[in-house]
Ligand binder design. Structure first.
Ligand SMILES: Cc1cc2nc3c(=O)[nH]c(=O)nc-3n(C[C@H](O)[C@H](O)[C@H](O)COP(=O)(O)OP(=O)(O)OC[C@H]3O[C@@H](n4cnc5c(N)ncnc54)[C@H](O)[C@@H]3O)c2cc1C
Length: 417
């Protein structure tokens, strides 16, 4: 089949790879000048399937309110919120009901475990070498946090995650550079999870896809899809339509606009986060892999010769304005745990990204309901962890095969009001 993909973030690139591997003729259209320039650019890089979970969870409302009162709170609202954000928040709140949350969490984790397996298969098959480290350590600063995390451990058990509760000494053996001046009550160690450079992986896999014949067209801003010719692609600035047998929409946050003329109202909203990436000054003072500060919801990751600190959730606001207090929180958490690990005077990359988030949590995979138009979008805070599995699922569905994972609740039908 002749297939067009819109978007060359991690989702578009993995989809291109799977489809071209299946023998399709693949063309990818991307409005930016390179792959992984938007949400997939500088994320935390964590691949921890047991921690892939909807943000729409019981108790979230109270968490948001508490967070708003704290200068280093993980969640920020930027007023005024527009009607899209308000509508999204109302659907988000409805999805916080316990039974809805449990069902969505199971759907996401199934896909996340499947995806991690696929990531490893692709990495081995193509001998891809990118910045990655094994293991994930969730740091619990106080006894209270150790207690609060207990229901979460049941979730990890149920999901089949391999993990161990460790005391502070053991945590420091796993991550020897952890600052002894910062209170640490214990940690959860997940040895089978990992951290890896999402953008680097996307660039490598793009080359692999190109080697099999996939064509990437950059600086091509694609117009919303026409109802009369849904498998034709044209530029937003106007151009002759190019005809395909199928179109896969992998345009992250912009997918909603592309699909609106088809009558599909996808409730996507940006949940912004920040990261800083800095060169390592002294290896011995840096993390070996990834740690997550459970109190501040900030991840500190080792990516080759750099350390990346990422976190925060901002609803409202815009991509163009950095939130200084959110960035300050990243520096604070880095300083708390790994003082002296990184050179911060120069060469620090500060980044703000938008998680393409659906209100209930899971992404949307598969048929759109319009013949020839397929969806792979809405991966929220876990797009890297879910990418390889989501791409394989969509390729299988396009090829008329059963997917390798249960797709209940991952279709677009659930979002139609
Ligand atoms: C601070 C932060 C930390 C994160 N940490 C993690 C983590 O640890 N683990 C994890 O799994 N996930 C993490 N994420 C989430 C992850 O980064 C996203 O889920 C993922 O990058 C989404 O990928 P995507 O391909 O859907 O979107 P994008 O990467 O945004 O790709 C969409 C692409 O479509 C293109 N596009 C849009 N419209 C058009 C158009 N009209 N024509 C042509 N091209 C178009 C865009 O230019 C873009 O390149 C994090 C996100 C943030 C912000």
């Amino acid at each position: 089949m002749k297939i067009a993909i819109v978007g060359a973030g991690i989702i578009g690139v993995t989809t291109a790879w799977e489809l071209v591997s299946d023998g399709h003729e693949v063309s990818v259209f991307e409005r930016r000048g390179a792959a992984a320039e938007e949400s997939s650019f500088a994320n935390a890089g964590v691949v921890a399937p047991g921690y892939v979970t909807p943000w729409a969870a019981p108790g979230m409302r109270a968490k948001v309110l508490r967070s708003l009162l704290s200068p280093h709170g993980a969640i920020k609202l930027r007023w005024p919120l527009n009607s899209r954000d308000l509508g999204w928040m109302s659907r988000w709140q409805k999805a916080c009901k316990l039974e809805t949350y449990l069902a969505n969490r199971a759907r996401m984790q199934r896909l996340a475990f499947y995806s991690r397996t696929r990531l490893h298969e692709v990495t081995e098959a193509r001998e891809l070498s990118y910045e990655r480290s094994d293991g994930y350590l969730v740091l619990l600063r106080s006894k209270r946090e150790k207690k609060l995390v207990q229901p979460g451990l049941e979730v990890l058990r149920a999901a089949g995650s391999v993990f161990r509760e460790v005391d502070a000494d053991e945590a420091r053996r796993i991550e020897p550079a952890l600052n002894t001046d910062t209170e640490l009550a214990g940690a959860i160690h997940l040895p089978e999870d990992e951290v890896a450079n999402c953008r680097q992986f996307a660039l490598l896999l793009k080359w692999e896809a190109e080697a099999l014949g996939a064509q990437f067209h950059f600086n091509c801003d694609i117009a919303p899809i026409h109802r009369a010719a849904p498998t034709s692609i044209s530029l937003a600035s106007g151009s002759q339509p190019l005809r395909f047998d199928a179109v896969v929409v992998c345009a992250g946050l912009a997918s909603a606009t592309l699909l609106r003329p088809l009558g599909l109202r996808i409730p996507l909203a940006p949940v912004y986060g920040h990261s800083i990436s800095a060169p390592i000054r002294e290896s011995l003072n840096a993390p070996r892999s990834a740690v997550m500060d459970e109190r501040y919801k900030v991840a500190i990751s080792r990516l080759g010769q750099r350390v990346r600190v990422a976190g925060g959730a901002e609803i409202g606001g815009s991509l163009s304005s950095m939130n200084a207090s959110a960035v300050q929180t990243l520096y604070k958490v880095l300083h708390d745990w790994f003082p002296g690990a990184a050179t911060l005077q120069s060469g620090v990359q500060q980044w703000k990204g938008a998680r393409p988030m659906l209100p209930d949590g899971p992404p949307v995979l598969g048929a759109s309901g319009v013949p020839g138009v397929w969806l792979n979008l809405g991966h929220g805070s876990s797009g890297w962890a879910l990418s390889c599995g989501s791409a394989r699922v969509v390729a299988d569905l396009i090829g008329g095969r059963d997917a390798g994972v249960d797709l209940e609740g991952l279709g677009v039908e659930r979002l139609v009001q």
